[in-house]
Write a protein that binds this ligand. Sequence first.
Ligand code: FAD
Length: 263
Amino acid sequence: MKICVLVKEVPDAAVEKRIDPSTGRMDRSGEKNLNPYDTHAIEAAMQIREGGAVQVDEIVALTMGPESAMRALHKAVSLGADRSIHLTDPALAGSDVAATGYALSKALASEQPDLVLLGQQSDDGECYTIGAVVADHLQMPSLTQVIKMDVEDGALRCERQAEYGYDTVQVRLPAVISVGDAINEPRYPSLKAIMGARKKPLEQVAAGDVGIDPGLVGADGSRVQCGDFHDPPAKAPGQVIEDEDTSETVDKIVAWLEERKLI
Ligand SMILES: Cc1cc2nc3c(=O)[nH]c(=O)nc-3n(C[C@H](O)[C@H](O)[C@H](O)COP(=O)(O)OP(=O)(O)OC[C@H]3O[C@@H](n4cnc5c(N)ncnc54)[C@H](O)[C@@H]3O)c2cc1C
């Protein structure tokens, strides 16, 4: 079995996210990291391999992004992927979710995986959509929010989280599975794995290498048009009550709450 895991480089959680008003795109200039939700997808691939129910020949990490996104691939291989693919091309910059999913599906099609795993959401765009877009292009079944997976005779038996409880669903392979963050506890990479990550094969591919139609990607190939962005209105300062006489302070607070019909 060959498993491809989609991974994305996102701004570090500590970085305040902002839209660059000149481009209408997210400012991705600060510290970046592997999307934390994707570490669950890599761990799920590793657990299928280690579970032994099926022979996993290869785990391949795939990202689409600029030069810096290579670091997300290094992290992915330090967590267990055998090799990685970096889809990178100036023509892809500015792709919206439909264009991103199309481009990823073209790179995946040239790998012919038995299983595609991805995180439930990215930590920046949070569209929760790429899995469905990729599956549609690949004409594969797709499940989201999967929190348990068992391989059974050319199929996967999955449990997925739903609003009303859990669904148990069997899908035939090949399939695209977006895993929920409750599926596992991702391992930490060992120092040896971190050091060895740069030695694992990393292939850079451009849009033309995987047959991407340039008219369907990039800003021009994207139908989403971002309008104006505004900062949220500044909050009015709160009212500070100095506590000189506690019962008087309590009366003031109660009056303030009553005035607003909060009590
Ligand atoms: C007009 C517009 C312009 C944009 N321009 C850019 C741009 O120039 N550069 C840019 O990086 N983004 C850009 N984006 C954002 C880009 O479209 C999103 O990354 C993409 O739509 C995926 O959405 P998401 O990250 O919210 O995915 P979700 O659906 O929330 O992600 C789910 C999972 O999909 C996988 N995934 C998502 N994106 C990638 C990826 N790129 N590679 C591999 N796996 C992935 C991950 O496993 C992730 O956990 C732009 C968006 C818009 C609307």
